[in-house]
Ligand binder design. Structure first.
Ligand SMILES: NC(=O)c1ccc[n+]([C@@H]2O[C@H](COP(=O)([O-])OP(=O)(O)OC[C@H]3O[C@@H](n4cnc5c(N)ncnc54)[C@H](OP(=O)(O)O)[C@@H]3O)[C@@H](O)[C@H]2O)c1
Length: 316
């Protein structure tokens, strides 16, 4: 099969495209012929060597995608040949064929199209657990989202808006600001304009997947508010002074999606909850940018540049 892989850590230039052996199918695996593969920040962290990865040389990057089951292991009971499935937590996904444990494969709902599901699997399930397991906001509460027009940010903003929460955020360009406003945000600030001063201590919850913005996030919180810290798209966060937090009764919550996708039924229930927002037309996402898998280097460069709006997909 063709795959995108690397055999040393580094910049996008370490990625190679070529032929590798097909994956071996274990008894509880299904073999998926990939139609779309989602690119995520974690793929960049893995390529750079700053994230935990499975031992395998060369290493095939990628963790999420959508495709058709073309073979099933001897003990598979949950899926059938020819079924369309997606997954968000299976390694070695940057290839034509992926061996997916049956408990990690989620059947694609008939109501939604493949490209949308490929776009929203991992980022959507992330937004869902950030909103419903960590933030747990009530209607009429007021929240702030850093990177509101990113992949997770767009879905998170719309889930919270549909839940009756007042959403505010910040982004880098007028184009991205417009996207966030049409998705229901009350106000969206531009990063290079002064806005922070007027909004100090105004928010019940601040969602921060940018990292370098952590101090701002703490300043934006009301006393007794929660900071949901979930990533560092902009760089590592500064150290936090717990005594300052304590004196203002502010708390920091963190979470990794992997700790919430613990079994098959958890994956099914969480994707059902996520897809209900799409089926009820409460979430609209920007058109993805699709690269052929062989152009993975360009896709990584675009994601790292921060110039893309929404999801980047790879197509074998
Ligand atoms: N905890 C988890 O389980 C989990 C799961 C998935 C993803 N994540 C994390 O979620 C974050 C977002 O991922 P994504 O897939 O949505 O990526 P994305 O679509 O590329 O969005 C990243 C956002 O970060 C913003 N950003 C980048 N550099 C910045 C800087 N220096 N200052 C301020 N903002 C900056 C960008 O804002 P602009 O668009 O305004 O430029 C962009 O909207 C990443 O940190 C990722 O690792 C966490």
């Amino acid at each position: 099969m063709k795959a995108l892989y690397f055999d040393r850590f580094g910049g996008p230039e370490v990625l190679q495209y070529g032929t590798l052996p097909d994956p071996k199918l274990a008894d509880h695996d299904v073999l998926v012929k990939m139609a779309y593969i989602g690119l995520n920040f974690a793929d960049i962290y893995r390529r750079k060597g700053t994230y935990h990865i499975e031992k395998s040389t060369p290493y095939i990057d990628g963790y999420e995608g959508l495709g058709m089951i073309i073979a099933v292991g001897k003990k598979v009971t949950k899926h059938r040949l020819g079924e369309k499935v997606f997954f968000v937590d299976v390694p070695f996904a940057n290839s034509e064929l992926v061996a997916v444990p049956e408990s990690h494969a989620i059947k694609v709902p008939a109501e939604l199209n493949d490209k949308i599901i490929a776009c929203v699997g991992l980022q959507g399930l992330t937004a869902d657990f950030l909103a419903h397991d960590l933030g747990k906001n009530r209607p009429n509460q007021t929240v702030f989202i850093h990177g509101i027009s990113g992949g997770v940010g767009q879905i998170l903003s719309q889930i919270l808006t549909a839940d009756g929460v007042n959403v505010y955020g910040v982004t880098s360009t007028r184009e991205k600001q417009k996207v966030a406003l049409t998705q229901g945000a009350k106000e969206v600030f531009l990063r290079n304009e002064p806005w922070l001063h007027d909004w100090l201590e105004r928010f019940d919850t601040v969602y921060d997947g940018v990292g370098v913005t952590l101090e701002q996030s703490i300043e934006l919180l009301k006393h007794k508010g929660n900071l949901v810290f979930y990533g560092m798209a902009g760089g590592n966060p500064p150290k936090v002074d717990l005594v300052t937090l304590l004196s203002q009764s502010k708390s920091i919550l963190t979470g990794d999606l992997w700790d919430y996708l613990t079994d098959y039924w958890e994956r099914i229930a969480r994707s059902k909850r996520l897809f209900s927002y799409f089926i009820n037309h409460q979430i609209h996402i920007s058109e993805p940018t699709v690269f052929p898998l062989k152009d993975g280097v360009l896709a990584h460069k675009l994601l790292e540049s921060g110039n893309n709006v929404g999801k980047i997909l790879l197509k074998p």
